[in-house]
Design a protein around this ligand. Sequence first.
Ligand SMILES: NC(=O)c1ccc[n+]([C@@H]2O[C@H](COP(=O)([O-])OP(=O)(O)OC[C@H]3O[C@@H](n4cnc5c(N)ncnc54)[C@H](OP(=O)(O)O)[C@@H]3O)[C@@H](O)[C@H]2O)c1
Length: 225
Amino acid sequence: MPTAVVTGANRGLGAEWVNQLLGDGWTVHAGYRSEPGPLEALANSSLHVHQLDVQSKDSIASFADSIPEQIDLLVNNAGVMDGQWGDLTEIDDEWALKVIDINALGPVRMVQALYDKMTHRTLTKVAMVSSLMGSIDDCHMGRSYAYRASKTALNMFTVAMKNEAADGQITFAILHPGWVKTDMGGDSAPVEISDSVRGMRKVLESQTLDNSGRFIQFDGELLPW
Ligand SMILES: NC(=O)c1ccc[n+]([C@@H]2O[C@H](COP(=O)([O-])OP(=O)(O)OC[C@H]3O[C@@H](n4cnc5c(N)ncnc54)[C@H](OP(=O)(O)O)[C@@H]3O)[C@@H](O)[C@H]2O)c1
């Protein structure tokens, strides 16, 4: 059975990735930053739960060391919102750097740390959970400055890595999950968590080396950069 890694797996979209993958017979290594939460109650011999803070190289290294098998899928899902500052005079640079560190560099660190766990003989798929808010073309208002910039940076890191990674049989999908009913998305969000993850998984099914690096929504719509 194939093996997946999911970051930020204790709630929201990450927890749903874990549920759906386990339901389809995958072995899943699920990372949580602070509390395992519902992961603890999921009695499943195919689920392995690890503490994982994507800001910490040490945490990522011990996570990678504890994974015995090769992985077929890495879901870089962990992410944080910023302070939703009201205007540009309120941007807090320490906070902004933290958001960029988690959302843009966290996934890059995960790819680096797990590179040797990818087979390089068969295709390994990497889901970069980004956001439409990282689209420069689609940015018509301010606020969420650091969140937007972090996802734009994630998109560029991914596109810049994709050719080199293709030599190692790694393909990337840059995914917008939609506006989803999670702690981050809030109750007014129109998309259900299960529909979002089901859609992103369907997108991944059509992922190849040739379409690596596409910026694509959970329903398959290609997005502007
Ligand atoms: N919901 C939406 O409408 C929406 C839209 C576009 C994109 N996204 C993206 O989708 C992804 C998941 O979002 P969500 O809505 O499920 O958010 P969420 O409910 O707020 O969950 C975020 C998850 O990320 C984890 N996390 C945060 N910082 C971390 C770190 N340093 N190391 C490891 N884990 C960390 C959190 O762990 P803790 O529980 O420890 O805080 C939590 O498990 C994010 O990348 C987000 O930007 C969401």
